[in-house]
Ligand binder design. Structure first.
Ligand code: NI
Length: 255
């Protein structure tokens, strides 16, 4: 298995990072991809990745929740970092209107700039999207010429919005603990109907913990619970989910 989205350098894991990585490996997780947030967290994330270059691979990007009036200064730091070392993706980037639309215009500009950066670097993107599907599709359509590929982290859209994404670009969806929740009817429908090759696994640890640990801190070692739920929904063996989603993550992130 590959966890395509985990925040192991989050303060929730302070002092326990090595144990978390060890437990993940014992659970069968061969690699974990670390999304970037902003300049306040990037140093710790890269330092952790450098201690485990065989299992941890970093992304670079400015998280939409960190986009404010000064986003261009933050984007400069992203560009500078991207020139200094290699990354598996530009992420996590996107749009998040959950806390309001005060910086909606800046978020769209930052997303556009980072789609262009991903195209320049020939990297996939890792997208964080919340309450902003319409604007996101508009930005994507305006940048169709870039040939963007990537994955929708913690995908929460409908099957119809999945199909719309495929018309605009080359997209996979990240599926994690939410699929085990009782009220996940829309996601269950999506997971049943999309081609298995379009699904990659993720935790978003320390958040979105699968049942039966829901409400507690999440970690990559819980990924088998997600695999089992996807297998159950599709009526196939967990080993098949593991094999296909792992191959899909290898292909998308070139790892
Ligand atoms: Ni995240």
């Amino acid at each position: 298995m590959i966890d395509t989205h985990t925040h192991i350098s989050d303060p929730a894991f302070a002092g326990e990072e090595e144990d978390v990585i060890q437990r993940a490996r014992q659970a069968g997780v061969e690699m974990m991809l670390l999304p970037d947030v902003d300049s306040t967290e990037r140093g710790a994330m890269l330092a952790l990745a450098d201690r485990h270059p065989d299992v941890l691979r970093p992304m670079v990007g400015l998280y939409p929740g960190s986009v404010g009036a000064d986003w261009e200064a933050e984007f400069d730091l992203v560009e500078r970092q991207a020139a200094e070392r290699s990354f598996v993706a530009v992420g996590e980037i996107g749009l998040d209107y959950h806390e309001g639309k005060e910086f909606a215009a800046q978020q769209k500009d930052a997303l556009a700039a980072q789609l262009e950066l991903a195209a320049r670097l020939d990297l996939p993107v890792n997208i964080h999207l919340r309450d902003a599907m319409g604007d996101f599709l508009d930005v994507l359509r305006a940048h169709r010429h870039l040939g963007i590929r990537g994955n929708m982290h913690a995908f929460s859209g409908s099957y119809e919005s999945f199909l719309e994404l495929q018309r605009i670009g080359d997209w996979r969806i990240g599926v994690g603990g939410v699929v085990t929740f009782k009220n996940a009817a829309t996601l269950s429908d999506v997971v049943r109907r999309v081609p298995l090759e379009r699904i990659v696994l993720e935790t978003d640890a320390p958040y979105l913990t699968p049942v039966p640990y829901r409400g507690k801190r999440n970690e990559s070692a819980y990924l088998p619970l997600v695999v089992r739920k996807i297998a159950e929904l599709r009526g196939i063996a967990p080993e098949e989910v593991d094999r296909v989603t792992t191959a899909s993550a290898h292909a998308l992130f070139n790892i």
